[in-house]
Design a protein around this ligand. Structure first.
Ligand SMILES: Nc1ncnc2c1ncn2[C@@H]1O[C@H](COP(=O)(O)OP(=O)(O)OP(=O)(O)O)[C@@H](O)[C@H]1O
Length: 247
């Protein structure tokens, strides 16, 4: 594998659920050490896109490679290099935080230590808490720790900080910046403009299953001739980011 190989390449992805065309045509690329954001209104096709990239859904059309691996055929090797945090984590409700972390660590040859993971997501005090007793934000932080347990070279994060308080959010941003400087490739689905602006080198704007813009945050603002990323999003898609209004 050459060092210039992109971490993620997705070409012309499409996926329909019965009559819903969730993803019509999405292409994107993420290189090592960069973060690429996917912005889109509710139902735009963001989660479906990242699920196809992670190998959790089979595309109707298109091609995905993650570090040169085909998610459908190289599943076992992919699991060693890819960390995925999805919106709904299906975790064993009766296990304690450290039991879940240690379970995930056991999947990898050289995992992060339990202490490092607890500290990265600020859950040291909850180490003995049973999963179902965690708050929503704590559950989310745990799912991020689990995604990072195996020192992945590629990370997919769906709604990284939605529902987290400002302190936890800043801490997660620091974690992502550290991952980037360690050469990890990050694909980030977000509704939070401030987060995308701060963390993402490039942004893919999706509307109704298609890429409508793909540029740096500053490039999108310039393209739309507006004052900030949120205004650029509205100008490019004609939609508000619903969730952003509630943050
Ligand atoms: N399992 C499914 N079965 C049927 N339709 C689905 C399924 N998952 C998603 N959809 C539909 O596909 C479209 C895209 O959904 P998707 O979850 O990919 O969008 P999203 O951009 O991630 O939205 P959100 O911001 O609300 O999470 C929506 O119309 C949604 O209702």
């Amino acid at each position: 594998m050459s060092s210039v190989e992109p971490a993620i390449v997705a070409e012309n992805l499409a996926k329909s659920y019965r009559r819903t065309r969730a993803v019509v045509d999405v292409s994107l690329r993420v290189d090592a050490g960069e973060a690429v954001g996917i912005l889109g209104a509710n139902g735009a096709g963001k989660t479906t896109t990242v699920e196809m990239i992670a190998g959790l859904r089979v595309p109707d059309h298109g091609r995905v490679r993650v570090l040169g691996l085909d998610p459908r055929h190289d599943r076992a090797r992919l699991r060693q290099v890819l960390g995925v945090q999805l919106q709904q984590a299906y975790l064993h409700h009766a296990l304690r935080v450290t039991e879940l972390i240690d379970l995930y660590r056991s999947f990898y040859p050289n995992p992060r230590s339990t202490e490092e993971l607890l500290s990265m997501v600020d859950l040291a005090e909850q180490r003995r808490t049973i999963f179902e007793k965690l708050s929503g934000g704590q559950k989310q932080r745990l799912s991020i720790a689990l995604a990072l347990a195996g020192r992945p070279r590629v990370v997919i994060l769906d709604e990284l900080t939605t529902g987290l308080d400002p302190r936890a959010r800043r801490r997660m941003w620091g974690t992502i910046e550290q991952l980037k400087s360690d050469g990890v490739a990050v694909l980030l689905v977000s509704h939070a403009m401030e987060e995308v602006d701060r963390l993402c080198d490039r942004v893919v704007v999706i509307d109704a299953g298609r890429v409508v813009a793909h540029d740096t945050p500053a490039g999108l603002v310039a393209q739309a001739a507006v004052g900030n990323l949120e205004e650029a999003f509205v100008a490019l898609t004609g939609k508000e980011l619903e969730d952003a209004a509630h943050e």
